[in-house]
Design a protein around this ligand. Sequence first.
Ligand code: HEC
Length: 160
Amino acid sequence: MRRGEKWVLGLIAATVVVLMSWNAWKQTQSSKTDHRIPFYSTATPELAHAGSEIYREQRCKRCHSLWAVRDMMQAVPAPALDGIGSLRDETWLFGYLSAPDPQSILPSRLKPEYRMPSFADLPAKDRHTLAAYLASLKVEDWYLDESRKAECRKLTGKEC
Ligand code: HEC
């Protein structure tokens, strides 16, 4: 091998090593920033079942998204309910669902037909189940700020 060739081969080898290290480093970085889903529920299977059932019957997904499910035909800018149990506690949620006028608790910026309806007429047992289920919907600490901002954006219509 001539000297020039050795040089070129050396350079190629060095480039490969650098690229491999760069990739390995990037992979450790991206597993640090985490692409896992940050939402989880602490509900027992019974509560999850009962809560989802009421959620479905009351057609909350007309306006809200939860577990990436929402009604594509409606584009109501209501806050997502993923992680809501880390933002609000069960007592608040029960009070909100029970309020004859939910907007007296949480003012709305939307047209009346898009606003959070009152579920005061739902049996208290169902409101309790729903509130307990919503309270079980948590978000990991590392995504809490992001969830708060998203909620605030939806509620105010502004950057928060
Ligand atoms: C017609 C659309 C609509 C339906 C149906 C609806 N919501 Fe809402 N909801 C909203 C909107 C919009 C808001 C934000 C406040 C407002 O604008 O009235 C809201 C707010 C909330 C909040 C408070 C969110 C926060 O950021 O604190 C909770 C909890 C909630 N809804 C749960 C439910 C549940 C549970 C159901 C079904 C039983 C339901 N919603 C059905 C539109 C709806």
